[in-house]
Design a protein. Structure first.
Length: 294
């Protein structure tokens, strides 16, 4: 990205300062990367044009990234922008065999800064031109901007929905797009002839893991015609519990004991996971979607 273009993104002719603040109070820094496309655990490859994410999800598992990229700011309040991402990817694509790419694995590729930098969009273009398949997962309506490059390509567009209760979503995912906007992403991607998917997760104990809540989620999937569905329970991944614990103490102290049990009591957790899996299978079957479960 040229210095002039960088200046335009921030409303001036000079390049941005090393650190800038978004309206949400997050610090944005420009960095350079040596590689972008990595071997992945979900698909063959994955990439992230940003380190950090301003969605601010309480349960975000990507908090572990701070172990490798220390910041004074808490998770959700910083983004490192890999300004040379597209250039690095173009070099990598000269020697990599096409495959399936999880987009993106440790950040939301369509978080606020993407509106300005457009790095995820450009990398998706390069991957599609090189014959790769994209499996998109986001919580941002900004992904609709890129339906023009996805249309006709080997792309599956997916969103994460943790709960249909917008009040709860506001608390757990404070700066993600609304639930209604994410549903609109599925509808419009489907209308554009693209495969669609949804991740229902993490399913929150006593909030979105109940039979009633799950029935609502799967009824939505059936109504929208989602092609693939995944579910996941809340996991005590590194750095996640302190964030969840702080939230529960502040907002839902009545759920603290339950969450401690299902996360850290081995016997209780095993039983809980089996129970949720049975519930998911039951409501999926009732909705006629059992064959779409991932």
């Amino acid at each position: 990205m040229s210095r002039a273009k960088q200046g335009e993104l921030f409303g001036g002719t000079a390049p941005p300062a090393p650190a800038r603040r978004l309206a949400a109070g997050a610090v944005v820094r420009e960095v350079r990367c040596k590689s972008l496309l990595n071997r992945g655990g979900i698909d063959e490859y994955s990439f992230n044009c940003y380190t950090g994410c301003t969605n601010g999800c309480v349960y975000c598992y990507a908090r572990f990234m701070q172990r490798f990229h220390p910041h004074d700011e808490p998770w959700g309040k910083f983004v490192d922008v890999k300004v040379n991402a597209a250039e690095v990817l173009a070099r990598q694509l000269r020697r990599l065999a096409p495959g399936s790419v999880f987009t993106c694995s440790a950040c939301d590729g369509w978080q606020t800064v993407e509106q300005h930098y457009r790095l995820t969009r450009r990398c998706c273009e390069l991957l599609l031109e090189a014959g790769f398949r994209l499996n998109v997962l986001t919580k941002s309506r900004l992904v609709l901007r890129d339906l023009d490059i996805f249309s006709g390509g080997n792309v599956r567009v997916g969103v994460t929905i943790t709960t249909l209760d917008q009040r709860e979503a506001n608390r757990w995912e404070p700066r993600a797009s609304s639930v209604a906007e994410r549903i609109e992403v599925l509808r419009r991607a489907k209308a554009a002839g693209l495969e669609t998917s949804v991740m229902f997760g993490p399913l929150l104990p006593a909030i979105s893991d109940t039979p009633e809540a799950l029935a609502g989620l799967f009824a939505l999937a059936a109504e929208v015609g989602v092609d693939r569905i995944w579910t996941d329970v809340l996991n005590p991944r590194p750095r996640v519990w302190p964030s969840v614990q702080e939230y529960l103490r502040r907002e839902r102290p009545d759920l603290m004991e339950l969450y401690c049990d299902v996360l850290f009591d081995r016997a209780r957790r095993d039983a809980y996971v089996r129970q949720v899996q049975r519930r998911v299978r039951r409501v999926a079957t009732d909705a006629g979607l059992a064959n779409r479960l991932g």
